[in-house]
Design a protein around this ligand. Sequence first.
Ligand SMILES: NC(=O)c1ccc[n+]([C@@H]2O[C@H](COP(=O)([O-])OP(=O)(O)OC[C@H]3O[C@@H](n4cnc5c(N)ncnc54)[C@H](OP(=O)(O)O)[C@@H]3O)[C@@H](O)[C@H]2O)c1
Length: 269
Amino acid sequence: MIALPAGSYALVTGASAGIGEAIARGLARRKVPQILVARSEERLAALADELRASSGVAVEAIALDLASEGAGEKLAAATEGAGKPVGLLVNNAGFGFYGPDEDQELDRKLRMLKLNVEFLVDLTHRLLPAMRARRGGYVLNVASTAAFLPVPYMAVYAATKAFVLSYSQALHEELSGRGVAVTALCPGTTRTDFHRVAGLASGAKNPFPSLSPETVAEAGLRGLERGKAIVVPNLLDSVWIFTGRFVPRTLPPRIGAAVFSRLKRSSPV
Ligand SMILES: NC(=O)c1ccc[n+]([C@@H]2O[C@H](COP(=O)([O-])OP(=O)(O)OC[C@H]3O[C@@H](n4cnc5c(N)ncnc54)[C@H](OP(=O)(O)O)[C@@H]3O)[C@@H](O)[C@H]2O)c1
C-alpha cells in the first residue's frame, strides 16, 4: 500500500498520455491525491476532472514544458513551495529518437538530455529534502530496458536511461532505512505514443513483445509498494537482461545493431 503523509500529493510528470496516464489512473484507484504535469493543457485538465470525479480525492493539473529553463524550480515552487507537499514523485516524462546518431539534430539530443536526465535530477534534488525530513516518501523513476545495454540507433536515448537506472539504484541504497523508497521502473516495448514520437514507423515489424501501459504502470506501482529497487515488467525482458550478464560486453550491442538497423523509420515528432 502506498501510504503518503496526510495532506501530501503524488506528482506525476508526463501524465497526459501513455505510461504516465496509466500511473495516474492506478494512483486514483488507490485514492492518492495527485498533481499531474505535462505540456498538453486540455488533455491534462480532462484527465484531472475524470480522476477527481472517480477517486473523490484532489487531482490538479499543471501544464509545463519540463525541458524549458527553470522548469524544476517552477514545479517545486508550485507544489512543495505552495503548501502542497509531494509524498510521491513519479519521474516519467521522457522521449526518445530512433535512427542513426548522425541523423539526429543536436538540439533534439540536448532536449532529450535535459528532460530525461537534467530535469529529473533537478526536481528530485528539490523534493527529496522534505521527504527525508518527514521520513516518508516515494520516488518512482521511469527508466527502460534500454538502460541495461548500449542501444545502437537509439544511442543518446539509451544512455539517458542508463543514467536514470544507475542514479535510482544508488539513491535506493542511500535512502533505504531513512523512510524514502526509490524504485526504477524499466519497461520494454510498451504500446504508447513513444515510438511515433521517436520516429519509429507504426508499420515497423517490432521484434519485441509489447505490454500495455496499464500493465507496466501497475507493475511499477506494485514494485514501489514492495520497496523494490528495480522493476522489469516483462518476464521475457528479465530473461535477456539476466543472460546478458554472462556474455562479453561487446556482444549485446552488436546484436542490438543488427536488430535495430532493420526497423522502419518515420519522421520523429
Ligand atoms: N513506450 C515504451 O516502449 C517505453 C519503453 C521504455 C521506457 N519508456 C519511458 O516511459 C516514459 C513515458 O513514455 P510513454 O511510453 O508513456 O510515451 P508517451 O505516450 O509519448 O508519453 C510521454 C509523456 O511525456 C510527456 N512529455 C514529453 N515531453 C515533455 C516535456 N517537454 N514536458 C512535459 N512533459 C513532456 C508527454 O506529454 P505532453 O506531450 O503533453 O507534454 C506524455 O505525457 C518515458 O520516460 C519513456 O522513455 C517507454
